[in-house]
Ligand binder design. Structure first.
Ligand SMILES: *Cc1c(COP(=O)(O)O)cnc(C)c1O
Length: 301
């Protein structure tokens, strides 16, 4: 196994709202795994990298938008485990702090038009079809191995929970949690908070990666996308500040802010029964906030 020690504790979230509703809420701090190989991105890369390594591949080729947490995780993990890394980046050439970090870790960046980006396998074939050292990793780490890595999020928990919640982009993390639930034979209800508009496709993604029956048993909360992927609103930004100031735990508008907002809103609407326990997965990705910092620049009014 590729060596990587990390620490991901579970911490209580003590808010008056939860006390008032008689529920206990904890957060699994996968954001603490690593500053750059963060959260579910390490989980998703773990077995992908192991497979690449076992096959003697030396060059990871992957895909993402300019703000992709996956690109940064792949760049840093590639450097750590001795792979060359290349990314096809969607859209016009741009410069931003995320891509600068990727560059520092040695990732080669190839900007491609949105049209060309649509067919990732074709891009890989065109550029690296002849290179038997090259290894294809899909956008966001979407894969069966990725889901298998995410199943380990629930390893070693010291208690069971009535509800487990995560934010969803591709559904790989939720598919992994679903595998873990089957594995542990647990009665936990799984919930996904899609961060994109029209998030019902997440069920199909889970069905495709894992199993249709388990996918069906998941509850998706599709009304917390705040306008769509990487969109935010003053309400969400204010919530994020409140959360960070009460806990010392940073969340951001793209994924974990929407996740936490959803759980607070559901709790306020008496969605949970008194006595129930809830676990939120902090999936990391905090460098994403660098792209939205203006949202938090404005003085309080
Ligand atoms: C990529 C990402 C997600 C989405 O995970 P999926 O497995 O694609 O659903 C959630 N949270 C954070 C912080 C991410 O970076």
């Amino acid at each position: 196994m590729l060596p990587f020690d990390f620490h991901s504790p579970v911490e209580p979230l003590d808010f008056p709202l939860f006390k008032e509703k008689g529920i206990t809420v904890h957060m699994k701090r996968d954001d603490r795994i690593h500053p750059f190989i963060s959260g579910n991105k390490w989980r998703k890369l773990k077995y992908v990298l192991q497979t690449a390594y076992d096959q003697g591949k030396k060059h990871l080729v992957t895909f993402g938008g300019p703000w992709s947490n996956h690109l940064l995780a792949a760049a840093c993990a590639g450097a750590k485990f001795g792979f060359k890394t290349t990314a096809f980046v969607r859209g016009e050439p741009v410069s931003n702090p995320n891509l600068s970090l990727c560059n520092i870790f040695g990732m080669e960046l190839q900007f491609v038009t949105r049209a060309a980006y649509k067919d990732k396998h074709e891009l890989f074939r065109q550029y690296y079809g002849q290179d038997d050292q090259a290894y294809f990793i899909d956008e966001g780490g979407y894969s069966l191995e990725g889901a298998q890595g995410c199943a380990e999020i629930l390893d070693g928990l010291s208690q069971t929970y009535d509800h487990i919640f995560c934010a969803c982009g591709t559904g790989t993390t939720l598919a992994g949690l679903s595998m873990a639930k089957t594995l542990h034979g647990s009665h936990t209800q799984l919930h996904g908070v899609p961060v994109l508009a029209g998030g019902t496709f997440i069920k199909e993604a889970v069905a495709k990666l894992y199993n249709a029956q388990q996918a069906n048993a998941i509850i998706l909360h599709t009304a917390y996308h705040f306008g769509g992927y990487a969109k935010t609103t003053p309400v969400l930004n204010t919530f994020i500040k409140m959360f960070a100031r009460q806990t010392g735990i940073l969340i951001e508008p793209v994924y974990t802010g929407k996740l936490c907002y959803a759980v607070f809103d559901l709790a306020a609407c008496n969605y949970f029964q008194p006595g129930q326990s809830i676990l939120l997965i902090h999936t990391g990705g905090l460098t994403g906030i660098l792209g939205m910092h203006e949202q938090f620049d404005t003085p309080e009014t």
